[in-house]
Design a protein. Structure first.
Length: 212
């Protein structure tokens, strides 16, 4: 069944992570999934994965230095494992705690599409600091479900360029250019359906549309 979408603006992609603290609790996982659907994101891809300690260090290599806010993703990951470039020396006080936490259990990675995917997802997550989120934006994901500044439920790309790098890392098989050429125009026109079994949106092909 197609879900019509208003407007004709090109869809933007972003990378969303459900961190180990949220992925470990089915009710939180379901609540975040519901937020994604309620705000009319299209779930292009979704998968469970786990990063080991060394991979997590490399993922957050910018946190190990003297500057940077988001981990800079350099190379792709296959078979649900993280593989990134060289790690910098530990510099930030929270770095080791963050690395250990991200390696502590399974996570979920999503490719989300929306006209304003990057800013909208970051707005829905709320502030990184949970204390601030609870007071300034209690209805945000982090305000509602975050535990600490490290265990704050979710990650989101901070720019379209970061989104492309992060998507390429977590979904190396995903061809972003091909998706924009083949799938994005149809999804933007509402030629899609939501697969409850796979929990992603799929393009409604011509033959499927004729049957329905």
């Amino acid at each position: 069944m197609a879900v019509p979408r208003g407007g004709a603006r090109r869809l933007q992609l972003t990378l969303a992570l459900l961190k180990p603290d949220a992925a470990a609790h089915p009710l939180v996982h379901e609540a975040v999934h519901a937020v994604i659907l309620r705000h009319r994101f299209l779930i292009v891809r979704a998968k469970e994965l786990r990063c080991g300690p060394e991979q997590s260090r490399r993922f957050y290599r910018q946190h190990a230095g003297t500057s940077g806010a988001q981990g800079l993703l350099e190379r792709g990951a296959g078979s649900g494992r993280c593989r990134l470039g060289p790690c910098l020396s530990v510099g930030r006080f929270f770095y080791q705690r963050l690395v250990e936490f991200m390696a502590s259990g399974p996570m979920w990675a999503y490719i989300l599409a929306h006209e304003n995917a990057v800013p909208l997802w970051r707005s829905l997550m709320g502030p990184t600091k949970v204390f601030r989120a609870r007071h300034s934006n209690p209805d945000s994901i982090r305000g509602a479900y975050g535990l600490t500044d490290t265990r704050n439920t979710t990650h989101g790309s901070d720019s379209p360029a970061s989104a492309s790098r992060e998507i390429a890392f977590f979904f190396p098989e995903f061809d972003e250019q091909r998706w924009y050429e083949q799938d994005e125009p149809q999804l933007r026109r509402g030629q899609l359906y939501y697969s409850a079994e796979e929990r992603v949106h799929r393009v409604l092909r011509v033959e499927e549309a004729e049957v329905t």
